[in-house]
Each structure stands twice: as C-alpha cells, then as structure tokens.
Design a protein around this ligand. Sequence first.
Ligand code: ZN
Length: 438
Amino acid sequence: MHEFIAELYPICRSITGDGLRETLKRIGKRIPLEINEVPSGTQVFDWTVPREWNIRDAYIKDQHGRRVVDFMRSNLHVVNYSVPMKATMALAELMPHLHSLPEHPDWIPYRTSYYTENWGFCLTQRQLEQMRDGIYEVCIDSTLKDGSMSYGECCLKGREDSEILLSCHVCHPSLCNDNLSGIALMTFIAEYLSRLELRYSHRFLFLPGTIGSIAWLSRNEENIDRIKHGLVVACVGDSGEFNYKKSRRSNAEIDRAVPHVLSHSSPSFKVMEFSPYGYDERQYCSPGFNLAVGSLTRSPNHCFPQYHTSADDLSFVRAEYLAESMTIFLKVINVLENNRTYVNLNPKCEPQLGKRGLYRSEGGKIDGQLHELAALWVLNLSDGSASLLDIAERSGIEFNAISNAAAALAAHDLLREVPDSSKNQNSPSRACGAPGDA
Ligand code: ZN
C-alpha cells in the first residue's frame, strides 16, 4: 500500500482533469474498475459539475528570471483550480494571492478554489519572507474548459444484491494521509475481497470529494436501498488512534460492528456521534438518503497539524499503520458478512454438548473454554431476536468466537438461521456486476 501511495503521490489531482483520470487508471490496473465520466454542466441535485481543470506548469519568477515558486517542485504550490494567468506585477499586488503557514514555516499549505474563479500560489513562510519588493512574473498554465468529471467504481458481486459500500475521495494532489491512504487501502481491500466468496455485494467508489458523491447519488438513486452498510475511508495511514464517526442513524449495524471490532483490537479508540461535517458521509447521510454509512479514520480531518499541508507526505504515512488499518476494515467486513440471527432448536434446558462432540472435556471439536462459553451464549440468546453481533456485545466475547460457535452448533442442528427480512434478493433493478452495469 505504501508503494502504491508513492506511485500516486506525484500526480496533480483535482476534482476533474487528467491527474484524476490517471489515478483511476492506475487503480484500474489492480482491480476491476469502471471509470465513469460526467460531462461538465451536468446538474446533480442542487450542484453543477464544474468545467474540467488541467494544469501543465506554474511559477512566480523574480527580476532575474529565477523561479521563486515552482509548480514543478510541488503541485501544492498552485491553488487547485486556479484560472489561467500570465502577468507581471509588483509584490504588493501579488500578496493577496499568496498563502503560507506562519506557524509551520517550512510547510506548503493546500488550498483550493473549485466553485469561485480565482488564482493563487501556496508557498512556505520562508519562501515568502525571502521575496523582496519588486516586479514578479506570474504564470499559471492551466485550462478550465468544458470536459467531464471522472469517478471510479468497482463492484464485487456477492450471493446477495444487498451491498456494503466503501467510498473515498480521490481529488487531493500530493497529500498522503488525506487521502492517498484511503485510495490505497480501498484498492487493496477490493483486490483481497475479489478472491473470496462473498455474501454481500461490495461496491467501492473512488470519487472527487463532495461533487463526486453527489453526482454518484443522483445517478444511482433508484438502487440506493441496496446499500445496507457503508464506510467512508480516509486518513488511515498515520500513527493516530482509530476514530469512528457513526452514521446519522446512530444505531445501525455498522455503528455497532466498528466499535465492537475496535474494542477487541485497539488499546484506545474513539467513537463519535454523527455530525454533518467531514467527508462524503455528509452526502450519504443527508436526510433524503440517510444511509447507514459511517466514517472510519485514524486521525480525523483537521485533527493533525500536517492536515492539508506538504507535511502530509510519504514519511507521515507508514506501511505498518496502513496494514493495521486494513486488518480493522477486514474485521468489520467479516462481522457484517457473518452476522446472522438464529433460533435455538433445543431451547428447553441446555442441549448436551458432550454427546455431540461439542464439549472440550469429551475431546470436543470446539477447543478452549472461551469457545464453550461462546457456544453457551449463542444457545442461550438465540431466540430469533438476537443477532450474533448482539450476542457478541452482550457476552463481551469477540465476534469471531461467537460466529464460529454458531457455525458448529448449526452444523449439529442445534440452531436454525432466521431469514433476514431486510434482504432484497430478486430485485428487478440494476444489480452489482449484472449485464448493463456499464
Ligand atoms: Zn482533504
């Protein structure tokens, strides 16, 4: 994952343009990715897909022709979506277009101006302090033209049409934790899951922030109720503890699965209630959709000093933290995939586990006291109303032990699965991976 981040790092991405396309193309070399193009000017709910932005070069030259600010050294030096510009001007005139971070004099800030036509440069405070009064040549060799906005979608078909959604933004230029880490993690999860037999269909969305999720929701409105669980993936490569922000529903299955996994995997983590601030969960959890989509990050946006600066670089994200994040995400998916509700077929007193080889003292197949305890919890609470996740929460035993015990008990006809009434199989509308998907 870290190598993939390093590969994508130099590309100048934005909410539209060739950098975004190139990024999606590279993701598409690893997983089956459908790349969609939404034409500029397309109305998506209350928003309009903006014109396409591309940039080749940008600089500020001093009187000696030296590039004092140079896009070729870092794509963060230009305010993302800057309109084309070619002029000479005095420093005083240039100043309102220069952005720096006095509190971190060696870092370049990241700034955008997507929906207001503007231009500017971002530079370190040290660079700014070295600029003397005088005339400067300013060039931004960009274009802002009718074109399209690209986004990527990968769908893995499961036994059910019901879906688990993972979504990340792909619009940031050379920034690693926010959000090349999310792009890399989602790519690797999709690659991993593509080799497994899945219960749910899994949909992976690689979208330009805000406008991308709004466009996707407006184009897929009729199938939205397929999404049963979802996570927005961002900032998963730094050393910070895990932070889970619940969906707007607050008590959805995902809102319980993530804290359950974290409580058995992480020494410390935070769970926050939903707030309409952050990444694309703002759109998924808007009242007209109200999807069960939470947001799982390590350090959340705005909560680490390197956020939206050049210090969010390849050394800020580390392979070990990415790997740990991947484990957590896979454990959450495992809970969702295997959460079921059973009814105990032998509810009058405990069934005799020993004679079925399910009890340790008689050389049982379930080894260890914990698994016996898990089996007793599953038998006791499986009255058709409690799911395996309910039982894991109430018993304090990790989901996998509960799920394994249930599988062993079901194999001995001590449990029967209760059908999930929320399943929408045989739905006539577009299924993940079905013909016509493109
Ligand atoms: Zn960001």
